[in-house]
Design a protein around this ligand. Structure first.
Ligand SMILES: NC(=O)C1=CN([C@@H]2O[C@H](COP(=O)(O)OP(=O)(O)OC[C@H]3O[C@@H](n4cnc5c(N)ncnc54)[C@H](OP(=O)(O)O)[C@@H]3O)[C@@H](O)[C@H]2O)C=CC1
Ligand SMILES: CC(=O)[C@@H](O)[C@H](O)COP(=O)(O)O
Ligand SMILES: [Mn+2]
Length: 390
């Protein structure tokens, strides 16, 4: 690419696990990428450090109390500084941006993603919650605006990589691989006493706290099933989940002739991030290479949906349709937060989600405003339930 053809990127959530790895990818390819926008929730120190190095046009810090600190560091460098969630939703529409990487965590990713698509920006989507909450709305809007959504999530990137050159061939089914998390093979009795420190020890990936707990409960795989439905236009009976504890095969596609294609590699999120940012090009990297001799066996097992009920709850929500996935997402976000604050136990995460799914108002054809009210109602129900438990 020439200087003028550099891809101009906005990184939402630049201080997190995906965000910092995206910064590493971009720094390794200064001829390919220019950072236009960086955003964070609270982490002013790292935001300032990244901005001094990458010289974006604009940074946003959600927490307004940290605005002065960021402004005094970056205004002398001619970097514009804004604060508050609304600013994120507005800066993604800047003319100078080509692609928005949604690397913030949770429901907060929904509105900025909608605004970015409305402005015609390509999306590199890490924030799976956006598609879980409002997959139909997002995919319809993207189609209307002729916007491409490039998956960053490792499984979905794997499927997307398997589909390159195959877009005219129907998918028979996809197989999402799951590590099984830190509690693979454990009983409900064991799970009744596990701590957040145990749950935060993922066997293969270093990630933010929320997704790490989701991996431990198998909700991450449930969210990924819903994410896959919308990204690849599938029915739920076309999506299988298989536990693969080594996380080397990142997922598979089966075509109508029975052929299976898989994408493999060491667990390293920089690869799917780089593939999404650089698509359709595979950029050179110095990431460690997979060596077959280091793995004497790659193994597979069925997920235990009875012990880890969240996976089944996600399939149930997908089959129910409407705002059901929005309900389980909101309940899960509140439940994970409560677990991380030692307010509820590990098994109560699923109980809370199940009770919210039963109680929250079901809407068959939700609008954006319906998603907002569903999210609010479910969070209220979940918090009431937590109060009754403690
Ligand atoms: N980590 C991974 O390997 C993978 C992550 N994903 C998905 O990517 C997304 C990000 O995950 P991850 O990087 O692990 O998360 P982290 O918790 O590590 O980082 C989250 C980022 O978002 C910012 N942020 C948090 N809350 C808000 C908010 N309410 N408004 C605006 N910004 C906010 C944080 O700012 P601050 O630092 O100030 O808190 C931080 O920059 C999630 O949706 C996750 O499911 C998908 C596949 C793999
Ligand atoms: C890296 C990534 O994409 C995560 O979503 C990862 O897949 C989590 O691992 P689990 O398979 O344990 O959910
Ligand atoms: Mn994943």
């Amino acid at each position: 690419m020439t200087e003028s053809k550099k891809r101009h990127i906005a990184i939402l959530g630049s201080t997190g696990s995906i965000g910092t790895q995206a910064v590493d990818v971009i720094k390794a390819h200064p001829d390919q990428f220019q950072v236009e926008v960086l955003t964070t929730n609270n982490n002013a120190e790292l935001l300032i450090q990244q901005a001094v190095e990458l010289k974006p046009n604009v940074v946003v810090i959600c927490n307004k109390d940290r605005y002065d600190q960021v402004f005094s560091a970056l205004d002398p460098l001619d970097i514009k500084v804004y604060a508050g969630a609304k600013s994120i939703a507005s800066v993604v529409q800047m003319d100078t941006i080509d692609m928005v990487l949604t690397a913030m965590v949770g429901y907060a990713g929904l509105l900025p993603t909608i605004k970015a698509i409305e402005a015609g920006k390509s999306i590199a989507l890490a924030n799976k919650e956006t598609l879980v909450v409002a997959g139909e709305l997002i995919t319809q809007l993207a189609a209307q605006k002729a916007v491409n959504i490039y998956p960053v999530d490792s499984e979905h990137s794997a499927i997307f990589q398997c589909l390159v050159g195959e877009f005219h061939n129907p998918i028979e089914k996809i197989i999402l691989t799951a590590s099984g998390g830190p509690f693979r093979g454990k009983s409900r009795e064991f799970l009744s006493t596990v701590t957040k420190a145990q749950a935060l020890k993922h066997p293969n990936w270093t990630m933010g706290a929320k997704i790490t707990i989701d991996s431990a409960t198998l909700m991450n795989k449930g969210l990924e099933v819903i994410e896959a439905k919308w990204l690849f236009g599938l029915r739920s009976n076309q999506i299988d989940v298989i536990v693969h504890p080594q996380s080397i095969i990142h997922s598979l596609v089966q075509f109508e002739d029975g052929s299976l294609k898989a994408q493999m590699g060491l667990p390293d999120m920089r690869l799917p991030i780089q593939f999404a940012l650089g698509y359709p090009n595979r950029l050179k990297s110095d990431f460690p290479r997979f060596n077959f001799m280091d793995y004497s066996s790659l193994t597979f097992e069925q997920p235990d949906r009875e012990t880890f009920r969240n996976l089944q709850l996600a399939f149930d929500a997908l089959d129910k349709g409407g705002n059901a996935a929005c309900i389980i997402n909101a309940a899960n976000e509140v439940a994970v937060e409560a677990f991380l604050h030692d307010q509820i136990g590990f098994l109560e995460i699923s109980e809370l989600i199940e009770s919210c799914l039963a109680k929250a108002t079901f809407i068959q054809h939700p609008t954006y405003d319906d998603y907002v009210s569903t999210d609010e109602e479910t969070r209220r129900l979940a918090r009431e339930r937590i109060k009754s438990l403690v």
